[in-house]
Design a protein around this ligand. Structure first.
Ligand code: NAD
Ligand code: UDP
Length: 330
């Protein structure tokens, strides 16, 4: 049984998807401020390695569980974060039915858990609810341009349904639910092979392979460093009163994919070139968050510029890929 930190001010917090990229940084930050953390994960895209350094912490517990199944927790919970869902397009499209069920049945199960415990709930939503946006930058009031039948629908429509569930539970007074819409986030502990742009380009450059650009490279994204995002997630969970509406969390700096590739090439001495591959179906052309709501309600804005955050990420991949290469050669 988890040693619940009831003597101090710390809360008991469940983090679903806590062994993933963002979730593991959230677990670190919650423990650092004195909370007790129950990390629940199926390891479908995450790994216990991401939270290995925490496993001896007296206020940390790791549970293997798929949130599509009902979850019972004995100790009283104060907060439930739901980050459980594959986030990289190749990964969430690998088993699209499971992705949709994770978003809908999984979020339903965790909302029910939060309701039983009277816990506050935060659902990791996404900029993908805006689809290939016809409005730019994206404000929360924009209703989006999403295909409900395309290959991204399992994720985009799943996350939209999860938002609807949260706001239904909130309106009914059953769960204190909060919904951040997260824009592209990067940093240490991204998986080397998850297929996302930042991990792909850094790993390709470090291993001397050509950088892959899909389409013309003129499509844009806005990249948020993971520590900035985690600060925003915690601020939204803790703010009183509940804003009662979705809140964009992301870095408003907007870069083309070609610009990102140039930045990474300038940080890693690569001698290889660029290969252009077809743009995946329904790939959004432009994306940039309007974060006025987060700034106003949470007094939050990102502080890590892209060049600085990429520097930390390149350093982390350099060390972790070096470690893997050393293990393979022994
Ligand atoms: P990730 O794939 O690294 O982490 C997701 C974690 O959830 C993994 O550890 C995975 O094993 C776990 N998981 C998936 N399905 C599960 C299930 N059914 N039951 C239990 N565990 C399950 O992805 P991430 O980048 O850390 O994303 C975390 C959350 O943030 C996701 O919900 C994602 O949709 C959202 N998000 C992330 C980004 C981003 O750029 N990183 C952008 C928008 C939204
Ligand atoms: N992309 C690319 N090369 C890659 C991986 C991705 O050009 O090796 C493109 C992808 O088509 C998209 C952008 O980079 O236009 C961001 O892709 P990612 O999968 O990171 O996130 P998302 O599409 O979900 O924003």
């Amino acid at each position: 049984m988890l040693q619940v930190n009831r003597r101090g001010k710390g809360k008991t917090v469940l983090v679903a998807g806590g062994a993933g990229f963002v979730g593991s940084h959230l677990c670190d930050a919650l423990l650092a401020r004195g909370d007790s953390v129950i990390c629940v994960d199926s390891y479908i895209t995450g790994s216990p390695d991401n939270v290995r350094p925490l496993t001896n912490h007296p206020s940390f517990r790791l549970m293997k569980h798929d949130i599509c199944q009902v979850l019972e927790i004995e100790e009283p919970l104060d907060q439930v974060y739901n980050l459980a869902c594959a986030a990289s397009p190749p990964q969430y499209q690998a088993d699209p039915v499971h992705t949709m069920m994770t978003c809908v049945a999984g979020t339903g199960n965790l909302l029910a858990l939060a309701e039983r415990h009277g816990a506050s709930f935060l659902q990791a939503s996404t900029s993908e609810v805006y689809g290939d946006p016809a409005e730019h930058p994206q404000q929360e009031d924009y209703r989006g341009n999403v295909s409900c039948t395309g290959p991204r629908a399992c994720y985009d429509e799943g996350k939209r349904a999860a938002e609807a569930l949260c706001f239904d539970m909130l309106r009914a007074g059953r769960v204190d639910a909060r919904v951040p819409r997260i824009f592209n986030t990067y940093g240490p502990r991204m998986q080397a092979n998850d297929g996302r742009i930042v991990s792909n380009l850094i790993v390709q450059a470090l291993s001397g392979k050509p950088l892959t650009i899909y389409g013309s490279g003129m499509q844009t994204r806005s990249f948020c460093f993971v520590s900035d995002l985690v600060g925003g997630l915690m601020a939204l969970m803790d703010v009183r009163p509940n804003p009662g509406m979705p809140v964009n969390l992301g870095n408003p700096g907007e870069f083309t994919i070609s610009e990102l590739a140039s930045m990474i090439r300038s940080m890693i001495p690569v001698r290889t070139g660029i290969v252009y591959k077809p743009l995946p179906k329904d790939d959004p052309q432009r994306r940039r968050p309007d974060i006025s709501r987060a700034t106003e309600l949470l007094d939050w804005q990102p502080t890590v510029p892209l060049a600085e955050g990429l520097g930390y990420t390149v350093e982390w991949f350099t060390n972790s890929l070096g470690g893997i290469a050393r293990q393979q050669s022994t």
